[in-house]
Design a protein around this ligand. Structure first.
Ligand code: SF4
Ligand code: SF4
Length: 396
């Protein structure tokens, strides 16, 4: 039991527990703890959910929470939403509410530091290190900005990779996303890199892939190296054929079938088996098409299927007109390293126009605490955003 969990469990009976987030994390939390403590209510930004219930607990407008805080009701707030960092900042900036803990993927996190030192990444244990091991790709997807890359293309240097991994591991980083712009399976040294990271202490290593090269043999070698999760991008067949070039839907789907079988075999043989997730990109598909794709995937044993939205790469739309821009969590809970060691603002900064540091020249701790990096985080809090954020559809 960590300190954040103890903090929750030792709250007096009079405290009113309110959960922020009616999604999976919120459900899990209520399901697990409702028998120990009464959960007063849940708040969620999705107006369609207001008045409904999650595990028997009513979902309300976040304004109710604000009202209860203003009335000095003794409330203990649990943030149960993946982007807990920006929710904590938003609550504090716009509603003057201090959240106490977050509950994400079954883990309790003390979020008090977010408020005390808003300009630092919180705890590295929950910060994702994203490293572009390669920016080469074998496909051409119409929604991808890769075609516009003016950066050199190739794989990361081995010594540079080791340096970054060592520095990150000693700072306490444990989450590693081995891709940014490119297809990670084109990197022949990927397994070696996963093995190095695992040995250094990374406990959650994952890749996003287009699935075209994901054979059962590759899945086996990635699992053996210590990969925790492989996330495959797919669309319903009609949309897939409109948006992907150089590969067929059938090929990707067949690869998913084969690795799902390989995973089952490994689990039976008690071998380590990376989990499989499928992310569905479907802005142009009908509900029926999405349902059919999900049905087919569930039928072959894929349990985690996530529908993802497409963002605008910040290039193509008018500046955000929102009065209150949501502080973007990316500056606080992830670090994006390009294949030459430069730190980009985030994955939206595909061409590295907003470079915040250079890990070929400086160490990771100095880079993420540099004046430049802190100024960029401060911009998220004050709303004085760089132009790339102003036109980014991701966080509004
Ligand atoms: S597979 Fe990924 S990196 Fe390659 S073009 Fe498609 S979206 Fe871009
Ligand atoms: S460009 Fe978009 S995703 Fe990136 S930091 Fe700005 S708001 Fe966040």
């Amino acid at each position: 039991m960590n300190d954040a969990e103890k903090l929750f469990l030792t709250q007096s009976e009079n405290k009113r527990i309110v959960v922020f987030g009616a999604g999976q994390n919120g459900k899990d939390f209520i399901d697990k703890y409702n028998s120990l403590r009464t959960i007063e209510y849940v708040v969620d930004n999705n107006a369609e959910l207001w008045g409904c219930a999650v595990c028997g607990t009513t979902i309300k407008n976040p304004k109710e929470l604000k009202k209860d805080f203003d009335d000095n009701k003794d409330i203990f707030t649990v943030i149960a939403i993946g982007r807990y960092y920006s929710v904590c900042l938003q609550l504090n900036l716009h509603m003057k509410i201090k959240a106490q803990i977050a509950y994400i993927d079954g883990e309790f996190i003390d979020v008090s530091e977010i408020i005390t030192d808003r300009l630092s990444p919180m705890n590295f244990h929950n910060t994702t290190l994203r490293i572009e091991t390669t920016n080469r790709c074998n496909l051409k997807c119409s929604f991808c900005a890769r075609e516009q890359l003016s950066r050199d293309q190739g794989d990361i240097d081995d010594d540079l990779f080791k340096k970054i991994i060592n520095e990150a591991a000693s700072l306490g980083f444990r989450k590693l996303d081995l891709r940014n712009f490119g297809e990670p399976l084109l990197d022949k040294k990927l397994e070696k890199r996963i093995f190095i990271a695992k040995k250094c202490g990374f406990t959650n290593i994952f890749i996003y892939t287009n699935g075209s090269l994901l054979t059962p043999e590759r899945y086996k070698s990635l699992s053996d190296a210590g990969l925790n999760c492989v996330i495959i991008s797919l669309s319903p067949k009609r949309e897939f054929e409109l948006t992907r070039k150089r590969v067929s839907y059938e090929r990707i789907f067949n690869n998913i079938i084969q690795i799902a079988k390989a995973r089952k075999r490994r689990i039976t043989e008690e071998l380590y088996a990376a989990s499989i997730e499928v992310h569905i990109v479907a802005p142009a598909s009908t509900d029926d098409e999405c349902r059919r794709t999900e049905f087919d995937l569930k039928n072959i044993g894929i349990k985690k299927i996530v529908k993802v939205h497409i963002h605008n790469w910040s290039d193509f739309t008018e500046a955000c007109s929102c009065e209150k821009h949501t502080p973007c969590h990316r500056l606080f809970d992830s670090v994006t390293v390009l294949r030459d060691g430069k730190i980009a603002l985030c994955c939206i900064d595909y061409d590295g126009k907003y470079i915040l540091g250079d890990l070929a020249e400086e160490n990771l701790a100095d880079a993420i605490n540099s004046d430049k990096y802190r100024a960029m985080r401060k911009a998220q809090l004050t709303g004085k955003l760089p132009s790339i954020c102003k036109t980014c559809s991701n966080f509004r």
